[in-house]
Ligand binder design. Structure first.
Ligand code: 8YV
Length: 327
């Protein structure tokens, strides 16, 4: 009997591929090439399932060109690279990887926020350049994190995990903005207060952005929003490139509209706005907030569990459109 054919679009851990090989005829990408769309489509011919990351675009044109596809399983929690409605319309089930990366991503968001507040990257570059020749009273003096006001834009799982770190670990006052308010008991546990977006921008000493990307969140923070922030404030973006207007942010840092920023995600990444390199007080990392070994393994295993379940008659753990199965 021929086994279902699946594609793993990027290099993953060997034991993940071994798990898939127990059930499927697996094609991999050992060179980890980011395939152009036409090549991805060519490689998907005859495949019923695909294991993807946040980098591959699954849209209506691809689905129409790959009629055998039944399952799209991403190891990312974010799925703005997948047209879920187009998948549903064609009976293709999509799964993502929530929960397993929440705490690791929150750790990193908090670390970036602290690095921006305490000017860690900036001062390290200064030391490496050999410019440190004396102590001085305000050398790289930044702002405090403990006791400050933490503003969380987007209070999903990761936003809540960051709020918990701020409130319980650092005695921060937590304000947040989200389309829907949290239940009162969760607000009480996190010590978090819902405010309007404008109030959030005005009140936060440290703003951390964790909203999913969509047309509605495109440039949610641009020049007008940055102008509302405190001159001593920091901004951390671990959400998606495009939620922040990077050009406006680079200008705001240069003009000292805000004090510092930390970015793990960029518009057009892995390309990014080069003006950020010249902006003062900026920490830049290459989209690694979920990159601890145990968490990346958990994300890949969850995508694998989902792909195996979907193609062997089981129940996927984290389907985004379970209704697609009935089609
Ligand atoms: C991933 C992410 O590194 O899960 C997400 O949405 O942005 C990151 O954790 C990446 O997208 C995995 O493919």
């Amino acid at each position: 009997m021929t086994r279902p054919a699946v594609l793993v679009s990027r290099r993953v851990f060997d034991d993940i591929v071994d798990r898939l090989r127990q059930h499927f005829d697996v094609t991999t990408n050992p060179d980890d090439t980011v395939w152009p769309q036409a090549e991805l489509i060519a490689r998907l011919q005859g495949k019923v399932g695909v294991f993807i990351t946040g980098s591959e675009k699954i849209d209506a044109a691809l689905l129409d060109a790959c009629p055998d596809l039944r399952a799209v399983c991403t190891m990312a929690v974010g799925y703005n690279n997948i047209d879920v409605a187009a998948c549903t319309a064609r009976g293709v089930v999509v799964t993502n990887a929530p929960d397993v990366l929440t705490e690791t991503t929150a750790d990193f968001g908090f670390a970036l926020m602290m690095a921006a507040a305490r000017r860690i990257a900036e001062s390290e570059h200064f030391l490496r350049r050999g410019e440190w020749n004396k102590w001085s009273v305000d050398m790289f003096a930044g702002s405090d994190v403990h006791g400050a006001t933490l503003g969380v834009l987007g209070m999903g799982r990761i936003g809540q995990a960051i709020a918990r770190r701020g409130a319980l670990g650092f005695g921060m006052q937590v304000v947040y903005h989200n389309r829907s308010r949290l239940p009162a008991d969760i607000e009480a546990t996190l010590g978090a207060r819902w405010v309007s977006k404008e109030e959030l921008l005005r009140q936060a000493d440290h703003l951390v952005i964790v909203v999913p990307y969509s047309a509605a969140s495109h440039h949610l923070v641009g020049a007008a929003e940055l102008a509302l922030m405190k001159p001593g404030a920091t901004l951390t973006n671990i959400a998606r490139g495009g939620v922040v207007d990077d050009a406006a942010l680079a200008r705001a840092l240069k003009d000292r509209v805000i004090a510092a920023a930390a970015l793990d995600v960029f518009e057009g990444e892995p390309q990014f706005n080069r003006d950020l390199l010249d902006a003062p007080s900026v920490v830049l990392t290459p989209h690694i907030a979920s990159a601890s070994i145990p968490t990346r393994r958990a994300m890949a295993n969850l995508a694998t569990d989902n792909l195996i379940a979907l193609l062997t008659g089981g129940e996927p753990k984290t389907a985004l459109n379970p209704e697609a199965r009935k089609r």
